[in-house]
Design a protein around this ligand. Structure first.
Ligand SMILES: *Cc1c(COP(=O)(O)O)cnc(C)c1O
Length: 479
């Protein structure tokens, strides 16, 4: 129901203070609306109930198991929110940065500097920029840095190599920066086909973008060899850090040959995200790429934090201010609270939980890559579709009625009827068991009565929207 439906003329929830500015100021016509804005008129209680009802309709990590593969929907500790809500952090005006009033924001600059230092330590990189505002934005920044490097050296480069299991943002980024994309097929074990890679590799390749472990949850054992081959052609290695939570504290991208990496702070370091944001995608580089880093860098000089004068080779500013500074702050709190041992535990448990699910479900679903996985596992409903006309989408919808968020379906694109599950380390055994039970129940139901799937879910406000129409003609008042 729309909030306008409850509106009653004259009903009020707030009392606005007396106007204390001159209301007779003449505005140019452009700024004036001809008609008064139509606003709902409601009491405070109406508004509270409206938004509470809406929030209850929402699936969220605070209410539901959320195994959305690749997106890492783990629990976001409340202490992060507490720190982020402190006035000393959230009342800092961004223009203090622009106007170079660094003496007034020493604490905020220390947060940035400390975060950079820890990200370097965790990834084996030499410097970080915190300004990119999401993983995809980080990718673009990273490929722009690589582009600047090649231009500076006079290298003639045309291509970026990605495997066919890569996230769509990888090829999209490469082409936005002006490169042509070469896609390499995956082999039987889910890794980028090394022979095809060797064939396609040439001096015209600017970069190879890899996610390790990849979106199938598989760690490529030939990663070092791939990095060496790329480097022998002066192609740089780009590490898509979306899956860093699988190797945190175990392997560092910088140690195995990567030159540039982005982190998805909102995924790996548990800051609330979903519905498109907010995110943060800091980018780390090796020493030789430092001169190209974007504008706005912090440095410590004589015990004081200040802004570093960037080199002339810098790619310039890629976002206003310091990106999503509050996401950095939350990530820093998460890192400091867990410490080294805690972070290592994150990756160990994330991997353990994914493998537990994989083994529990392997006799019920197709396993396109039947081997130990990292932090996520990919199943397939291809046989269910063939034998019972029940698709991955039907399984996803079935789970919703049991308070379980659907796993990622139909990604990675190379797996037919893919169901990609990432339980994360924050779930307990009972909840994981409940999820597995429902996944198994779904298979039993598919065999007995496959047609019931067609109008599931039954308990949610919206059942089966026409997804194309919903995307093209979004009308959020319908629910
Ligand atoms: C999420 C994700 C991205 C994009 O990150 P955003 O922060 O959503 O922009 C890129 N690559 C992989 C593998 C991802 O899972």
């Amino acid at each position: 129901m729309s909030i306008f439906d409850n509106s009653k003329k004259g009903r009020k929830g707030v009392k606005l203070p007396m106007i204390d500015v001159d209301t007779k100021i003449e505005f140019s016509n452009k700024l004036l609306r001809e008609n008064k804005a139509k606003l709902p008129e409601l009491s405070e209680l109406d508004v509270v109930r409206h938004f509470t009802r809406l929030s209850n309709k929402n699936f969220s990590i605070d209410k539901n198991f959320y195994p959305l593969g690749s997106c890492t929907m783990k629990y976001n500790p409340k202490i992060e929110e507490k720190v982020a809500s402190l006035e000393s952090f959230n009342a800092v005006h961004p223009h203090l940065i622009l106007n170079d009033l660094s003496e007034d924001i020493q604490g905020s600059l220390e947060i940035i500097s400390k975060s950079e230092e820890l990200f370097c330590e965790m990834t084996g990189m030499d410097a970080f920029t915190l300004t990119p505002q999401a993983g995809a934005h980080g990718e673009m920044t990273g490929i722009m840095l690589i582009h600047a490097y090649h231009q500076n050296k006079g290298n003639k480069k045309r291509y970026v190599i990605v495997p066919d299991s890569s996230h769509g943002t990888n090829p999209a980024t490469a082409s936005m920066v002006g490169y042509e994309v070469i896609t390499i097929k995956s082999d039987k074990s889910g890794d980028m086909n090394i022979n095809e890679f060797k064939e396609k590799m040439s001096d015209e390749v600017a970069a190879v973008m890899l996610t390790v472990p990849n979106t199938l949850g598989i760690f490529n054992p030939k990663i070092k060899e791939i990095c060496d081959i790329a480097h022998s052609h002066d192609a740089l290695m780009y590490y898509d850090g979306a899956n860093l939570n699988a190797i945190l504290g175990v392997v560092r991208p910088g140690d195995i040959g990567f030159d540039v990496t982005h982190l998805n702070l909102h995924k790996t370091f548990a800051t609330p995200h979903g519905g498109g944001g907010p995110g943060s995608g800091p980018v780390g580089v090796k020493e030789f790429l430092k001169p190209f880093l974007p504008n706005l860098q912090v440095e410590k000089k004589d015990g004081e934090y200040g802004f570093k004068k960037v080199s002339e080779q810098s790619i310039g500013r890629i976002s206003p201010f310091f990106g999503n500074y509050m996401v950095t702050l939350r990530a820093l709190v998460y890192i400091l609270i867990l410490g080294k041992e805690g972070l290592l535990n994150v990756s160990k448990k994330a991997v353990l939980n994914a493998n537990y699910i994989r083994v529990k479900l392997k006799e019920y679903y197709d396993m396109p890559y039947d081997m130990p996985c990292m932090h996520e596992c990919v199943l397939s409903a291809a046989s269910l579709l063939k034998e019972h006309k029940v698709r991955a989408l039907d399984i996803a919808k079935y789970l919703l009625d049991f308070g379980l968020h659907a796993p990622t379906v139909y990604f990675p694109l190379i797996v037919k009827e893919a169901i990609m599950i990432e339980p994360t380390e924050t779930e307990n055994k009972e909840d994981i068991d409940y999820f597995c039970k429902k996944m198994i129940d779904a298979v039993t139901l598919a065999k007995q009565n496959p047609t019931v799937f067609h109008d599931l879910p039954k308990t949610l406000p919206v059942s089966r929207p026409d997804e194309t129409k919903a995307a093209r003609e979004l009308d959020i008042c319908q629910c």
